[in-house]
Design a protein around this ligand. Structure first.
Ligand SMILES: Cc1ncc(COP(=O)(O)O)c(C=O)c1O
Length: 446
């Protein structure tokens, strides 16, 4: 973890000149050069420690350089770095067994991928094959990945440059109770799930719909926690019409919400679940699509038409096995639940002090603070899909916190918080203290 900013200046320059970076114009300032990390902190080339309140891309759930996880990857590298997907390997079989045991209900067979988008691609391809139908229903406020099919599933504006995209995708509205698109009557057809889905199916013909694909709790575009009863009601409508329910738990699976899987909060079991990120904290690229027993049985008689050179990569699987063992031994899910309660309390205290806070919402260790100019009218501090100067009221809060060494995320007018699941009370207090100061900038816009 040596730090010599001068001698490492070429690293930033080479990245800016020769690496295409995600979701941005390629003309930004030189990126921060990171030379190491430990626990919830990463270290830049000047030796400065930064508290990561976003777990990078909400994947580094076990934090930086967890020694047991690093050791497991080294051990597997010494033993066998690669073997093709159709030969058996101990690391892959062990991970598949662990997932069969951990995943909710009758989800017992996994197809391993290199990330979340590929898991979703395979889920919809399989759902279409299995049902013999072609339409997929998703939601507007969603992100399911950047590959051709997954970006079409995604409802948010990152989809636009990829349009027209994959045919057959139909979108429904979200249970965003703070700004309900239906005006939130009681009972609300959108926020209760089933009635809105039924209406869409009536127009689309349910016999053409293969699957409904939802983030159990909306991540990037939220957080949006569905009201109690929402998922069950969606499940019931899916069952009524023979439609598969695919839950995308790429962001929320493996402890993020204070439970192993997000759907456990509402006791709903999907037909297929997609996971990645927290599955192994992203130490090696890994994702999985986990399917129910009826689908697995059907695949005994039908070809599974999916494949990847790196499906079930031994290094990735070994890190998945170790990650699950660490999560059990170190009670990581329990810590996420406990610290999540503390984080919520701290956020509600912030809301008492800062008039710019319109709404606080989340679950476990995934939270959002929605900033507004006026609590009565709920006028957002930055408009939907804000860019440049329109986004400044939010980006200046993020920058002020970053200057003090704490990294938060932002989406439209929402400050996002998703720290590593190993976070302690002292680290939560450190992060919230910095955010408290930074939010005074937002208050000036009220
Ligand atoms: C809910 C959800 N699904 C899918 C993805 C895509 O995963 P990946 O980037 O590993 O392809 C993401 C990434 O942020 C996500 O949040």
């Amino acid at each position: 973890m040596t730090a010599d900013p001068e001698s490492l200046a070429w690293v930033a320059k080479a990245q800016r000149e020769h690496v295409l970076t995600s979701w941005s114009k390629q003309s930004g300032p030189d990126p921060l050069v990171v030379v190491g990390g430990e626990g919830c902190y990463f270290v830049d080339s000047s030796g400065r420690r930064h508290l990561d309140f976003m777990s990078q891309l909400v994947n580094l759930n076990l934090g930086y350089q967890h020694p047991r996880l690093v050791e497991a990857i080294k051990r597997q590298a010494d033993e066998l770095c690669y073997i093709g997907p159709n030969l058996a390997n101990e690391a892959r079989s062990k991970l598949a067994l662990q997932l069969a045991e951990l995943a909710p209900g009758n989800l017992t067979a996994s197809f391993f991928t290199t990330g979340g988008a590929a898991a979703n691609e395979n889920a919809i391809k399989l759902a279409r094959h299995y049902t013999g139908r072609h339409k997929i229903i998703t939601r507007y406020r969603s992100y399911h990945g950047a590959t051709a099919g997954a970006i079409t599933l995604s409802g948010e504006p990152r989809r636009w440059p990829a349009e027209p995209g994959m045919p057959g995708v139909v979108r429904m509205l979200d249970p965003y109770t703070y700004r309900c698109p239906a005006g939130h009557p009681d009972p609300c057809p959108v926020c209760s799930g089933g009635p809105h889905l039924e209406e869409i199916l009536q127009y689309e013909n349910p016999e053409t719909v293969a699957a409904v694909v939802l983030e159990t709790v909306t991540g990037t575009n939220g957080p949006i926690v569905p009201p109690d009863g929402y998922l069950r009601s969606i499940r019931e409508v899916c069952d009524k019409y023979g439609i598969l329910l695919i839950l995308d738990e790429v962001m929320v699976g493996f402890g993020r919400l204070g439970s192993w899987f997000g759907c456990e909060h509402w006791d709903v079991v999907p037909d297929i679940i997609s996971v990645a990120k927290g599955l192994n904290s992203g130490y090696v690229p890994l994702g999985a699509m986990i399917v129910s027993e009826p689908i697995r049985d059907w695949l005994r008689e039908h070809t599974f038409s999916g494949g990847l050179t790196y499906s079930g990569h031994p290094l990735a699987c070994a890190s998945g096995v170790a990650s699950i063992e660490i999560m059990k031994d170190e009670k990581i899910v329990e810590n996420a639940a406990t610290q999540g309660i503390l984080l919520e309390r701290r956020l509600r205290e912030l809301a008492d002090r800062h008039p710019s806070i319109g709404d606080i919402r989340g679950l476990g260790l995934m939270w959002g603070i929605e900033l507004v100019r006026d609590r009565e009218t709920k006028e957002p501090l930055a408009p939907f899909n804000a860019k440049g100067s329109e986004a400044a009221p939010i980006s200046q809060v993020i920058k002020a916190a970053k200057d003090k060494g704490v990294h938060f995320g932002a989406f439209n007018n929402v400050i996002r918080l998703a720290p590593p699941l190993i976070i302690t009370e002292a680290e939560i207090d450190e992060g919230i203290g910095v955010l408290d100061e930074a939010l005074t900038l937002a208050d000036q816009q009220v």
